[in-house]
Design a protein around this ligand. Sequence first.
Ligand SMILES: *Cc1c(COP(=O)(O)O)cnc(C)c1O
Length: 426
Amino acid sequence: MTKRIETICVQGGYTPGNGEPRQIPIVQSTTFKYATSEDMGKLFDLEASGYFYTRLQNPTNDYVAAKIAQLEGGTAAMLTSSGQAANFYAVFNIATCGDHVVASSSIYGGTFNLFSVTMKKMGVDFTFVSPDASDEELDAAFRPNTKAMFGETIANPALTVLDIERFAAAAHRHGVPLIVDNTFATPVNCRPIEWGADIVTHSTTKYMDGHGAAVGGAIVDSGNFDWMAHADKFPGLCTPDDSYHGITYAEKFGKEGAFITKCTAQLMRDFGSIQSPQHAFYLNLGLESLHVRMARHCENGQAVAEFLAKHPKVESVNYCGLPGDPYYAVAKKYLPNGSCGVVSFTMKGGREAAGQFLRHLKLAAIETHVADARTCCLNPASSTHRQMTDEQLEAAGVPAGLVRISCGLESKEDLIEDIAQALEQA
Ligand SMILES: *Cc1c(COP(=O)(O)O)cnc(C)c1O
């Protein structure tokens, strides 16, 4: 029986047997016991599945990863210590020194920095394309050594909406997978795999956790990308791994399991960005109410966006739920039930006015965070995006005077009253 998304949020990933804990148990153990060296040796050779060391795998994390895989409609998933680790692993698992990746320019500032500075130092080259680029412009960005395409369903903080089907088609024309960061939409509002995405990533720190309690990330594989059909491009998946006695991931684990197995066996083994079982437990508490919370975040976001759009001190509002928004039509297709609770707007009077507005807010706090139960605000140009030049800010759709509001789960009337009085005083 295929379960609906609400049921997967509550019960997916873990099915206790008779007399076992109803809630996912926290397996707070770094290591696991075996009777013979031979038993354990099989695990090290990836000949048998099982637990031996929590850096590689832990039952608590696996239950929660299995829930996220079901939510996204994928075949395998893994948890990471943060969204940054998830995006780094997802890309580096297939693109290494000498390779190239095409990425949307409208992405999270931390991801932009990871790609354009840190991974560049590691020898991976990126070409950034507008999320609105034509098919011809997308095609022109690919090179013979391109290994992946990357974008965000709803970009943080520009709030552009990715035309996933069109980006997936471009990636597939060039024989590479599309990786989509689905943090803001969550699988409750969009399931990128259904539109052709091959790999989905998350900063679970945001709506999935939803309470500002635990930093974390996740990677989900659709199981759809045929690595062997493009074996020359993906030697890491399609040729023997000497560090595992010559197994070939795409042969041994198939399309469904190769990507996540390699990512765990190589990248998690060597870089070690694990999520602690305790954090995975907190994450699961968030997932249990994700479908209920997302509806309210969207309701509050929509009400705040509509209020701001009518206010005389506001120059422009970005929210794909507003009929005048450039992404309204795309959002209707990919996000029919709502997008998220994050709204951004530019005040008349630019950076100065934005600063005054933020100072006068009483309910909404200034925070480097989004997507939790409590409403928070930020001026990206003076915080998360301060590494970027004015030209890069413009290209990323984040002008210097932009304010981002992440609408929490409070009363929308209270939120609007707070915003109204702060605008009045600015
Ligand atoms: C926050 C965020 C990240 C980074 O995640 P962390 O958990 O903070 O490491 C990546 N992508 C998006 C879209 C984000 O909002």
